[in-house]
Design a binder for this molecule. Structure first.
Ligand SMILES: [Zn+2]
Ligand SMILES: [Zn+2]
Length: 181
C-alpha cells in the first residue's frame, strides 16, 4: 500500500505500465523519475549533433512523452537522470584522438574543455595537443626527433630532403656527416 500525490496544472491521468515500458536512463538504465535531462542523440553522420550537445534540454516531468509518442522521441533523444548527466555527457562526448578520453567537456583538474580540431575531423584536448603534435610529426632524417617546433630546441623549420625532413637546426651536422661518409 502506498500513497501518491500528484500536483499538476494540466489534465492528467495515471497509467499503470509494465516496468519494461518505462523510459529509462540511457546510461544506467534506471527508471526515469524526478528531473531528468534529454540529450540529442549523437548523430553518427556528424550532421548537426555537435553544437546541440552543450545545451541539454531540460524536460519537465509533466512533459514526459506519453506511451505511443515514445518511439519518435527515443530516436532522437537520450534521456538521463539529472544526477547522471555529467557521466552521460562524458560518455557521449567525442573522444580525444590522442588519449581517448572525452573531449569538449570540463573534467575538473584534468581537462579545461577546449580542444583543437584535427585535419581528419578528430578532436584533441588542448592539454594533449603538444604530445599529439610531436607524435604526428615526421622524424628528422638526421636526429630522429620530431620535426615540428619544440620550445627552445627546434624552431619547426626544416628542409625537405629526398630521404625525408631535416631540421633546419640539423643541416650543418647533416652535411658534415655526408661529407665524411
Ligand atoms: Zn586527450
Ligand atoms: Zn634533427
Amino acid at each position: 500500500m502506498f500513497y501518491l500525490d500528484v500536483y499538476t496544472s494540466k489534465p492528467s491521468t495515471l497509467v499503470p505500465t509494465a516496468d519494461d515500458d518505462q523510459p529509462r536512463d540511457a546510461l544506467t538504465n534506471e527508471l526515469l523519475k524526478g528531473s531528468f535531462v534529454g540529450f540529442p542523440r549523437t548523430n553518427p553522420d556528424g550532421e548537426n549533433g555537435e553544437d546541440d550537445e552543450d545545451e541539454p534540454v531540460v524536460v519537465e516531468e509533466d512533459e514526459r512523452v506519453p506511451k505511443g509518442g515514445k518511439k519518435k522521441t527515443k530516436k532522437t533523444m537520450d534521456f538521463v537522470l539529472e544526477k547522471n548527466k555529467e557521466a552521460y555527457r562524458l560518455k557521449a562526448a567525442p573522444k580525444c584522438g590522442h588519449c581517448g578520453e572525452a573531449v569538449g567537456v570540463v573534467v575538473e583538474g584534468k581537462f579545461e574543455g577546449s580542444f583543437y580540431p584535427t585535419e581528419d575531423d578528430g578532436k584533441i584536448h588542448v592539454e594533449c595537443y603538444d604530445e599529439y603534435r610531436l607524435g604526428k610529426a615526421p622524424s628528422c632524417i638526421f636526429c630522429s626527433k620530431p620535426v615540428t617546433s619544440v620550445g627552445g630546441e627546434f624552431s619547426g623549420k626544416f628542409y625537405d630532403m629526398d630521404e625525408g625532413k631535416l631540421h633546419a637546426e640539423c643541416i650543418d651536422a647533416y652535411e658534415e656527416a655526408q661529407e665524411n661518409a
